[in-house]
Write a protein that binds this ligand. Structure first.
Ligand SMILES: Cc1cc2nc3c(=O)[nH]c(=O)nc-3n(C[C@H](O)[C@H](O)[C@H](O)COP(=O)(O)OP(=O)(O)OC[C@H]3O[C@@H](n4cnc5c(N)ncnc54)[C@H](O)[C@@H]3O)c2cc1C
Length: 264
């Protein structure tokens, strides 16, 4: 979708990327508040106070992802061999100091040289994800600040080095894993923004900070999924209760929209 149509403070539908217009008296946006209001609605259609609130809403993505296709199962030095432990969530976060150092890098506008990793091997649970004997491994990586010191647009030139840092850490805990890697797919916050429309690569459509939760998500006064544009509602993670794969924002929004009689 490229635009949400607004006339006299109310929505009249949407325009798709190919130019097709779809008329509607109710529009529900599942994209983040900044993209919804500045990207799709347009600031000229917003009350200045509301626009200022959306501008203040912090996104600042801080994570990336490295997906690996493996020629076999990795062996962790601390617990060699296959087993139930590989089916669970595997975290590489050996100490508070390790995490602190990883975060320090991000504060200074760099990706963590020794990142925190949250790993799963989904092909152990669903063997259809990989050919027999092969596996896929997904590494959620922190910290990867959207705003690199050299600018977010330099992420593509740092993507491979970021991926290498992740593999180096993995190699420490799973000696020999490098030789199992058939393919790697690296997603930086820049890629999350460009490929999936996640502004600043924020996976939760906005930071889950105390000042952006509850009645203040996304902005005070507009936390009940309704927007100041008549007929336009919000339903994604940028609204209460926020991100996390639970669907609560969408579920609550749907209930509110139905209760308001906005759709029949
Ligand atoms: C790498 C990564 C790891 C994560 N790990 C976890 C985890 O371990 N645990 C957890 O609880 N949560 C995790 N999350 C967060 C979780 O995925 C999100 O909170 C959740 O998906 C948000 O759901 P949503 O429906 O609000 O938005 P989304 O899933 O972001 O859906 C929004 C949709 O809108 C689409 N879109 C954007 N712009 C447009 C446009 N102009 N026109 C049409 N469509 C558009 C997007 O492509 C997307 O499909 C992770 C997210 C990522 C990216």
């Amino acid at each position: 979708m490229s635009r949400i149509l607004v006339e006299n403070g109310r929505t009249s539908g949407v325009v798709l990327e190919d130019g097709e217009e779809i008329s509607a008296s109710t529009v529900v946006s599942a994209v983040d508040p900044r993209r919804t209001f500045f990207g799709l609605v347009g600031e000229e259609n917003l009350d200045p106070e509301f626009a200022a609130g959306i501008r203040r809403f912090r996104l600042r993505g801080s994570s990336g992802k490295v997906n690996l296709a493996l020629d076999g199962l990795p062996e962790f030095a601390c617990r060699p061999g296959a087993g139930a432990h590989l089916k669970g969530d595997i975290t590489i976060a050996p100490s508070f100091q390790y995490l602190e150092t990883a975060y320090q890098d991000a504060k200074e506008g760099r990706w963590s040289r020794k990142p925190f990793l949250d790993i799963v091997i989904p092909s152990l649970t669903d063997p259809t994800l990989a050919p027999p004997g092969k596996h896929v491994m997904s590494c959620f990586v922190q910290y990867a600040p959207y705003a690199l010191a050299e600018g977010p647009e330099t992420w593509p030139s740092q993507r491979e080095a970021f991926g290498d840092a992740v593999i180096r850490v993995l190699e420490e805990y799973c000696p020999g894993i490098s030789s199992l890697i058939l393919h790697r797919h690296i997603l930086t916050p820049w890629d999350l923004e460009k490929e999936y429309g996640l502004t600043e690569g924020n996976i939760f459509h906005g930071e889950l900070g105390l000042d952006q939760l509850g009645f203040m998500r996304p902005v005070p006064g507009w936390a009940r999924w309704k927007s100041p544009i008549h007929g336009l509602w919000m339903c994604a993670s940028g609204t209460h209760p926020g991100g996390g794969v639970m669907g609560a924002s969408g579920g609550l929004a749907a209930r509110e929209i139905l209760a308001a009689g906005a759709v029949s």
